[in-house]
Structure formats: C-alpha cells, structure tokens
Ligand binder design. Structure first.
Ligand SMILES: [Zn+2]
Length: 679
C-alpha cells in the first residue's frame, strides 16, 4: 500500500498496528516486551500499621504468590522479592514488573527507589538499561504494598465511604525484557495518529501525519528490528518541520497534586508523597530537562522526617532548579473559611520553611484545587512576597464560564496579582496531542498573551509524570501544526506573561466557585474546632507577649506555638476544613483540635500566672478568685459565669475596658462587680 486510498482504512490500519487490544500476536505493540522470567522467590508479611523499612525487614516472611489477594483495607503488606536475571539477557533492558490494585513502593538497599501504582501507569521498575556481565544478576528488593487504591477504597463509588473489607490482588510480578526501540516507535505512531485524527480532515498536517504513519507501517517489519531506524526516520522528518513565529507556547511542568488528606488519612499521605516524589527524582536522573512544581511545605516536612535519604535527593534537584517548591503556604488550604490571620500564617509558616530548607521563598501562590478564593488573598500575597497566582478550579463552575485564563486579580485593598488558569482545565495532564490542542483552543486570552501553563502528571500518589509523557512532549516541542510544547518552570511562564501583561483585563473581588457549596455546611465540628482553635492561639500569643514584656524571665512558647499553628494549618487543607473527606480524616482532625485546646489551655495558664500572680490570690475573706482578661483590642461588655457558693453557677456582668496598652485586666468580686487593674 504505497498511497492512501481511503482515509478511514489508513487510520484503522495504523490503529491496529499499535493496538493493545487487537492483533497483539503480530502487531508492533505485541513486541514491546520480550522474554519473561518468574521471580526466584516471593514472600510477605502483613501489618495493620505503617511501619518503617528497618522494622519491616526483620519480620518473619511467609510464602506469597502472584494471583493472591491481600487486605483488608488500610493494612500494609511487605514483600521480599528475590530475583535472578538470566545471563542470556546480556545487553538488554530489564524491568521488574509489578501489577496490583494497591499502592506500592520498591525498596532497594534500604532506600525507597520507585512508586508502583497501576492507576499512575507505573508498573515497572527498571533494573538495568543494558545488562552488563559485571553487574549483579541476583538481588533482593522489598515492595511495601498499601491495601488501598490511589483514591482510597470507596464502596461503590470513589467518594463513597471506604469499604473496610477491600482486598488488593497481586496480578503480576516478574522480570521482562523491555524493547526500547519498539517503545519509541509506538510513541511516534501514537503522536502521528493523534495528529491525523485531531487536526481534522481539512488540515494538511493531518494528511501529512497520516501519510507518514502509513508509510511507517509499510517500512516496519515488527519481527526485524533492523527496519526500525528507517521507520523512525520517517517520523523524525515530520516532527522536525517547525512552526512559524506566531505559534502558541505551552509551558509544560511536571506536577503531582497530592491531597494532604481526602479519601485516605493523613498518615497515608506521607507515603503517597514518598512514592510519588521518589518516582519523580528517579525520572529526573535520566531526564535532566524535567521540571516538577511541588507545593505544600507540610508535605516536604513529612518527607524530611520520614524519608531523609529521599529528602536529600530532592534537595539536590531543588538546587538544580528541577524540583521546584511553589505555593508558599503550609498546605493548599481552603480559600474562604480560615480567618485572615490563619491565611497569613499559612504563608508565614510555608515561606519560612522554604527559606530555611531551600534558601528562597516561593514567588507563586499555587492553589489549583480549592473551592473558591477570598478577595483578601491578593493583599495577603503581596505582604508575603508573592505577586503571581495559579489555579484552575473555576473551570469546574456549574453555571458561568469564567471569562479569563490570564488576568490581574484585584483584592479588597486594590492589590493586584498576575493570575493564570491552565486552560486545559486540569492539573493532571498526560502530555497528549488532544490536551495541548485543547489548551490553546480554550485559552480565552490568547489574543493578548500567547502562552499557557500545562501541568502534567498523575496526582494523589500516582507518582506524577511518566517517561512516556516526556517522550510525547519531546516530539511536540516544535512541530508545525501543533502548539510549541516547552518544558518550563512557573517562573519562566509568569515572566513571559508579565512581559505581555499590559493589555490584560482585571477581575475585582472574590473568585467564587459555583460548585461544592455544601462544603460550607457539612462537618460542623471541624469548622467549630477551627474557629475555636484560631481564637485559642490568638489568646495564647497575646497573653504570652504581654507576659514576656512584663517579665524577662518568662519564656515565650515559640516552638510549642509553631507546632500548634502547624496542626491547625494542616486541618485547613482543602478537603479537611470543608469536610469533603472521609470519616477517618474527620477523626484525626478533631483529635488535632483536642490537642490544640489541651496545650493551648496550658500555655494560657502559664502566661496568666506569670502576669497576674498577685491578682490570682483570693481576696481577703474569700476563698475564691476570678480573673477576667480581655485579649481583644476594644472594650467589651460580657456576661460571665463563675462557680458561686455551694458550687452553684452565678452570672455576672463584666465591663472589660481598654487601656493605653490596648489590654485590660478585670477582676470579678464577690458581689459580681468588677474592678480594673489598669497597667
Ligand atoms: Zn485537591
């Protein structure tokens, strides 16, 4: 077949040539893997706890086999994998393949090396890219398998309460030869096929792509790898035909949106971060161009504490500019419910962490998934060293389509931040032709600015980007007919947007999300806990500050306050404070509030004792004393209660004034009157 006689027939011919469903006994896809070899041995032990590697490997392991199921939900299985690579595979690329519906992590030499998650298209760990005689052919790996899926264990639907009896099945565990040359051809053909189908019949590049793909099928003999280079040359010829200067630029950045808790508890998120980020740094080792934007200081702190070896590797890639901390906040918090002070603390704790750990603060506020954005945020961002903002959640609006993708967002005091919504309406792209075309098509400001963000990678423990995503985008870097796809950074994107920003429109006021409205009324205990704890921490800080001002011996409880603030800020995560999480998370959150109340009360007491030691002594002729403090900066009249004679509660009216120091102490006497001690 030298020429295309019929478009549909030619399209189908190419489709079948790379299909993973049809003709895999004789098509190119069927040649992706070569010889296979079973594991030398597989054994496991199971635990209800999430334990460290050192504790796991000294347990007693019993036999396990492929096809076996493990559970119930939230348990962890540790597998000891002994493998022996056949010496006949010299020179070949060898993968350890592991397929299960649980979330896995490979450990090698006591270090995590690779996440394994079917939903994240990560089912193999590369043992060697070209087997040499000198390298060890026999080795032992461990696989830590969480008995939950990427999105927890919802019974019946993803967001339903978890099924406590869910089991995960180990469906594959073996060694295989991976044919890299076949893989490269498959990626070429997938891109050409997508161009042929998606650019449309009226587009000449669609015809050229299809003609080339058809020619490739002609030239390629799947049984004869010596035909592969000539086949690849055909693809390279079309990919190297470049765009004109007017073409739109898509700024691709690796990303893995990890909800700090949602359909799984906080503790599982720590492992999700490790599984995902180790996969990212592993990919960076072989792809120095890969960039990865990573938010939420809390998650960095979790990995720092629990996976110091991995954290050190991350720090190296941060220094190289590939692993890029963004956001500036402690977590990706809810954008409406936290108090203004809490919002400031999100930035304060976050930026301070990034400064201490990586030597710089973040320049971009990064909050892609929160359910609406308060109009006070632009002002707060300015105050925290940030004038750029990225989100995309408003694309979920039920009624109105937001009119911009790149614009200035103006807050209540007139502060403006340059804002960008990735026009592909997702923070989990896969680097496909369809997605880059959608990005340009959707962009409502492409007449004003010719650049869009494109965040690619599987989220929530799916391990972020894959090699395949990168390889797809390499082919689309500058190919006539497709937008330019450039691996980029948030700074590069916003820098070009800033240069072209003179004609941008301005949106004044809050960014209201027309969806998820029920999150403001559900799980009232969490909302109540948040507000009460915000007040408690405010009071501890006011009282401790006054105590230290009055008594140099008083120790300001800085580190305890930091710990309590961080707990409170964590609970402000955008699936916790809004209540869109499972019951397990609610229980954790309420426990954190109990902890803040408990320690907060102790700290308040210490500060008050230090400040008011004399006032706390009972009045003459009385055994009781009540001290009323006003920690606000205005006068108040409040009804207060205190235990009276015989343990009965009595009520009293207390006017709490304001002194020059904006603080007052009142003392309630026996007759329910009050006295002021101004100072
Ligand atoms: Zn989220």
């Amino acid at each position: 077949m030298a020429a295309i006689k019929h478009r549909r027939t030619a399209l189908e011919r190419v489709e079948k040539f790379i299909s993973d469903t049809y003709f895999t006994d004789c098509n190119l896809r069927g040649r992706l893997f070569g010889d296979r070899c079973p594991l030398a041995s597989l054994s496991y032990f199971q635990t209800p706890r999430r334990i460290p590697y050192e504790e796991a490997v000294v347990q007693e392991f019993g036999p396990a086999q492929v096809g076996q199921s493990f559970g119930p939900t939230w348990e962890t299985c540790w597998f000891k994998v002994e493998l022996s690579i056949p010496s006949a595979w010299a020179g070949r690329e060898v993968h350890f393949v592991w397929e299960s519906d649980g979330e896995g992590m490979v450990w090698r030499d006591a270090q995590p090396v690779q996440g394994l998650t079917k939903e994240g298209e990560k089912t193999s760990y590369i043992l060697t890219r070209s087997l040499k005689e000198s390298e060890p052919h026999s080795l032992t790996l461990y696989v830590e398998l969480a008995c939950n899926g990427l999105f927890g264990a919802g019974k019946g639907s993803m967001i339903a309460p978890p099924d406590p009896d869910r089991r995960v099945t180990l469906s594959k565990a073996e060694l295989v030869v991976f044919n890299r040359d076949v893989y490269e051809l498959l990626v070429d053909l997938e891109i050409l096929l997508d161009m042929a189908q998606l650019l449309g019949e009226e587009n000449q590049r669609s015809f050229q792509a299809l003609y080339t793909a058809n020619q490739m099928v002609n030239v390629c003999d799947v049984m004869d790898p010596s035909t592969f280079p000539a086949t690849r040359d055909l693809a390279a010829a079309i990919f190297s035909q470049r765009n004109g200067e007017s073409q739109h630029t898509v700024h691709a950045m690796g990303h893995c949106h990890i909800d700090s808790a949602w359909l799984w508890p906080y503790e599982e998120t720590i492992r999700k971060c490790a599984r995902s980020w180790v996969t990212v740094v592993q990919l960076m080792e072989h792809n120095p161009e890969l960039t990865f934007a990573c938010s939420q200081a809390q998650q960095f702190e979790w990995v720092r504490r629990s996976y110091p070896g991995l954290y050190a590797r991350i720090q190296d890639f941060v220094a190289k500019g590939q692993f890029i901390p963004v956001g500036g906040t402690w977590v990706e918090m809810d954008g409406n419910l936290p108090s203004g002070e809490s919002m400031v603390r999100q930035f304060l704790q976050g930026q301070r962490f990034f400064q201490e750990q990586f030597g710089r603060i973040c320049s971009e506020f990064w909050l892609p998934d929160t359910f609406g954005y308060s109009a006070q945020l632009p002002q707060l961002m300015h105050g925290c060293g940030i004038q750029r903002f990225l989100t995309q959640k408003l694309s979920w609006n039920l009624v109105n389509s937001f009119p911009h993708h790149t614009f200035f967002w103006e807050g209540i005091d007139g502060s403006q931040v340059l804002t960008h919504f990735p026009p592909g309406d997702s923070y989990g792209m896969h680097g496909r032709v369809e997605e880059v075309l959608k990005t340009v098509k959707n962009n409502k400001d492409k007449g004003r600015v010719n650049h869009s963000a494109f965040l690619f990678g599987f989220g929530d423990g799916g391990g972020g980007p894959t090699q395949k995503m990168l390889d797809r985008m390499k082919r689309m870097s500058d190919t006539d007919g497709l937008p330019r796809v450039q691996i980029s950074t948030p700074d590069q994107l916003f820098s070009v947007l800033e240069k072209e920003s003179s004609q941008l429109c301005t949106w004044v006021g809050e960014l209201f999300l027309e969806l998820h409205n029920g999150t403001y009324t559900t799980q009232a205990q969490i909302k109540k806990g948040n507000r009460e704890c915000e007040q408690i921490l405010h009071d501890v800080e006011v009282l401790s500050t006054l105590a230290v001002a009055q008594d140099k011996e008083f120790q300001y409880p800085a580190s305890q306050l930091q710990q309590l603030w961080r707990l409170l800020l964590l609970n402000q995560f955008h699936d916790v404070l809004p209540g869109s999480c499972i019951q397990l998370v609610v229980e954790d959150a309420l426990q954190y509030y109990t902890e803040i109340r408990r320690v907060g009360a102790q700290l308040q007491e210490k500060a008050v004792e230090s400040m008011c030691r004399d006032l706390l002594q009972p009045e003459e002729g009385s055994t009781q004393s009540t001290l009323v403090l006003n920690t606000l900066s205005w006068e108040r009249t409040e009804v207060i209660s205190r235990p009276g004679p015989n343990g009965k509660e009595t009520l009293g009216m207390s006017d709490l004034g304001l002194c020059d120091l904006w603080f007052s102490l009142g003392r309630v006497l026996e007759q329910n009157l009050f006295a002021f001690q101004l100072w």
